[in-house]
Design a protein around this ligand. Structure first.
Ligand code: HEM
Length: 268
């Protein structure tokens, strides 16, 4: 027989990967493993799409970039749905196998950190995890060198003739404030460039890209918020298996990848 469904998609290998981590696994453990593994697969696809969008923006193809960004928004929505499934596991069931996780936590997901770097999320990222492998560290190093999705968007703005400046290094995205443009915003070169791009309507495909970045940022914020609420329901104020906890998740959830795109709204 030639190629089959199972051989083309490596189904046998895939289905062998859901190993329980408890010696005496409880019922809800399989769901816990599968949701995490699925999330990692979706992170992989998200990175694949973001990399392509960066290339498309570099080549000036904003129309295709906007199309793939719409896909990215949907992918984050699908990952978010994993939390709704997780919420069918009551706290007292989770408590039965949580101790067997030891120090294992999504906090150690190298791919999630890659996603943050690839999107251009600026914050003090806990990048130095002892749990990371050498290969993971190498991938994170490459991501740090960029270009990020934000860098590519700035490049596309310039290609279209808008004088978009570089971001100030270390401009924190998780300051917890609403991204309202403060006093002096009308004189900020980045916001002026964005306002002109939005109001002139001269580059509708670029404007679509910008709106998809806004949608992606909102989808990430919803994911982070849902994660925090789900985790609070599952563990209350216990210390997280990664050493942080729910308060850390709520703090992270206030951050924006693209605060400028929200600030400019005040000027429109
Ligand atoms: C019962 C289910 C879950 C609970 C109670 C939970 C709880 C937590 C907590 C408390 C943290 C903060 C670090 C720590 O102290 O460990 C965290 C981080 C994280 N978790 Fe979860 N989580 C759950 C499921 C998931 C799932 C399904 C994913 C999907 C991949 C995930 C991904 C992450 C990521 C990426 C971080 C790092 C977030 C950041 O640094 O901003 N978690 N989780």
């Amino acid at each position: 027989m030639g190629i089959t469904y199972g051989s083309a998609l490596n189904i046998e290998q895939l289905l062998a990967l859901q190993k329980p981590f408890s010696a005496d696994p409880v019922h809800d453990e399989l769901q816990y493993v599968i949701i995490h593994q699925c999330s990692e697969l979706w992170f992989k696809l998200l990175l694949h799409e973001v990399d392509e969008v960066v290339k498309l923006l570099g080549a000036g193809d904003c129309r295709q970039a906007a199309r793939l960004l719409r896909r990215c928004v949907q992918i984050v929505g699908v990952i978010d749905q994993g939390f709704s499934l997780m919420e069918t596991m009551p706290a007292y069931e989770y408590a039965r196998f949580r101790p067997n996780l030891m120090g294992g936590s999504g906090f150690q997901s190298a791919q999630f950190r890659e996603v943050e770097l690839a999107l251009g999320y600026q914050r003090e990222l806990p990048l130095e995890q002892p749990a990371f492998t050498e290969a993971e560290r190498a991938r994170l190093g490459a991501r740090r060198r960029g270009p990020s999705l934000w860098d590519a968007f700035v490049g596309a703005m310039r290609q279209c003739g808008y004088a978009m400046p570089d971001r100030a290094p270390g401009g924190g995205a998780d300051d917890g404030g609403v991204a309202g443009a403060g006093p002096g915003a009308a004189a900020r070169p980045d916001l002026l460039a964005l306002r002109t791009m939005y109001q002139s309507g001269a580059h509708p495909d670029l404007r679509d890209v910008s709106e998809e970045l806004v949608a992606l940022d909102n989808a990430m914020l919803m994911w982070r918020t849902h994660h925090a609420a789900m985790a609070e329901r599952a563990i209350g104020s216990k210390v997280g298996t990664g050493g942080q906890g729910v308060a850390y998740l709520y703090r992270s959830a206030r951050g924006r990848c693209y605060p400028e795109l929200f600030e400019v709204r005040t000027l429109l």
